[in-house]
Design a protein around this ligand. Structure first.
Ligand SMILES: CC(=O)N[C@H]1[C@@H](OP(=O)(O)OP(=O)(O)OC[C@H]2O[C@@H](n3ccc(=O)[nH]c3=O)[C@H](O)[C@@H]2O)O[C@H](CO)[C@@H](O)[C@@H]1O
Ligand SMILES: C=C(OP(=O)(O)O)C(=O)O
Length: 419
């Protein structure tokens, strides 16, 4: 199993290109199953989750052509299977997003439940309830969601009991081919939901209000061929910005979108960073100063993203002063804290809050990655720890960060992958 070996090499300095967003790429690829034609997707990140999704689409009967820049052409005209098996679904929570497209287009879907994971139980009741309201007959049996619809799904008004990114996306996709108009209230407002809606609209869907908490979808009979470029990854961007802040360095992130990172940039400025932005770039400069600890409370967009919480926890661990991190989205997203404590961090967990008292210097240790962002935060901690840090189980990182070691090496970090 691959590991990452990291040593403190001082302040990061340089420029990197940000990849397309994992969390937009996955629903968009699943959304291509709705299209009775050929879709091409650009700016796809080369990640394990994307490869798993492509494998799943291939098993369902989609014909895939991938060029050397990782642009993917998907011919979904001859889908012949409507089942997403456990062996593929287990590695990736987002695979539940095939449910809406398969059910909407073929009136049938059998999708394995992805199971719990390190950050929490992650149920899919909102996905199922919403599709039932559109007339689907759904049973959960032997670990599989088995859904059927007699003819097209029916447009419905769905009031979401809580804000869910995945359920909003699944229901948009289900409603895109439904008979009649659907309205999703209390919808997630994440930029990735907007990107999915833009993608589907460019294929002929009629979705309005994405990016607000009320989304209206006028069902159409079919979607047609088209092209879409995935939006930049705001979480990858934020991760590298924090890496630069922690190491008292300077970074320019290119091919990104500063307009979807407000909550993160505000906190970086509060930590003492000078942040400058252009149309598609963000620059952060610490001018050699140690960051100041910040208080964070995660919330649905446009609040502070839960996917950036672990990285800010790492920053607080080496910052000046004390900062609190309150996690409100997932019930168990502090696994990184236990590993950081092994590196000498002074962090106490009280309920859903981590109280971090910054220390002058962390010390390198062997640590275990438990989930995607926890792994990223341990890599960041390793960048400013004394001695060597060995991060184990980095398959989690490969789910969400494209060539992380190369990008960090370009910024001057000492990091290498060992088998
Ligand atoms: C592939 C992808 O885009 N993943 C992101 C997506 O995950 P995902 O879409 O799985 O997260 P949700 O927004 O659905 O989860 C938010 C909360 O709702 C709960 N919930 C969700 C669905 C449901 O049917 N029932 C229910 O109770 C979850 O347990 C959680 O407490 O949004 C999360 C929250 O921003 C991010 O951390 C993930 O990176
Ligand atoms: C939790 C995450 O992803 P997923 O929903 O794919 O597990 C994440 O991107 O931090």
């Amino acid at each position: 199993m691959d590991k990452l070996l990291i040593k403190d090499a001082g302040a990061l300095d340089g420029s990197i290109k940000i990849s397309g967003a994992k969390n937009a790429a996955l629903p968009i690829l699943m959304g291509a199953l709705l299209v009775d034609g050929v879709t091409t997707i650009g700016n796809l990140p080369h990640l394990n989750d994307v490869t798993t999704t492509l494998e799943l689409m291939g098993r369902l009967g989609a014909k895939l052509t991938i060029d050397d820049k990782f642009n993917v052409e998907i011919d979904s005209r001859n889908i012949h299977s409507h089942e997403a098996p456990y062996e593929l679904v287990k590695t990736m929570r987002a695979s539940i997003l095939v449910l809406g497209p398969l059910l909407a287009r073929f009136g049938e879907a059998v999708v394995s439940l992805p199971g719990g994971c390190a950050i929490g139980s992650r149920p899919v009741n909102l996905h199922i309830e919403g599709m039932r309201e559109m007339g689907a007959d759904i049973e959960v049996e032997a670990g599989y969601v088995k859904a059927k619809s007699d003819g097209r799904l029916k447009g419905a008004k769905i009031v979401m009991e809580m804000v869910s990114v995945g359920a909003t996306e699944n229901l948009i996709m289900a409603a895109a081919l439904a008979d009649g108009t659907s309205v999703i209230e209390n919808a997630a407002r994440e930029p990735e939901v907007v990107d999915l809606a833009n993608f589907l609209n460019s294929m002929g869907a009629k979705i309005s209000g994405a990016g607000t908490s009320e989304i209206t979808i006028e069902g159409v009979e079919r979607l047609h061929s088209g092209h879409h470029d995935v939006l930049p990854d705001r979480i990858e961007t934020g991760t590298y910005l924090v890496a630069a802040a922690m190491t008292r360095g300077r970074i320019r992130c290119r091919n990104t979108d500063p307009n979807i990172l407000d909550a993160v940039l505000v906190k970086l400025k509060e930590a003492g960073a000078e942040v400058t932005t252009g149309d598609d770039w963000i620059e952060l400069d610490m001018h050699g100063k140690r960051p100041k600890a910040v208080n964070i409370k995660t919330a649905p967009y446009p609040g502070f993203p839960t996917d950036m919480q672990a990285q800010f926890c790492a920053m607080n661990a080496v910052a000046e002063g004390t900062g609190t991190i309150t996690e409100t989205i997932f019930e168990n997203r502090f696994m990184h804290v236990l590993e950081m404590q092994r590196m000498g961090a002074d962090i106490a967990i009280e309920g859903n809050t981590a109280i971090c008292r910054g220390v002058e210097q962390l010390s390198g240790a062997q640590v275990m990655a438990t989930d995607l962002r926890a792994s990223a935060s341990l890599v960041l901690a390793g960048l400013c720890a004394d001695g060597e840090t060995l991060v184990d189980r980095i398959y989690h990182i490969d789910r969400g960060y494209e060539t992380i070691e190369e990008k960090l090496q370009n910024l001057g970090a000492s990091i290498k992958r060992i088998g």
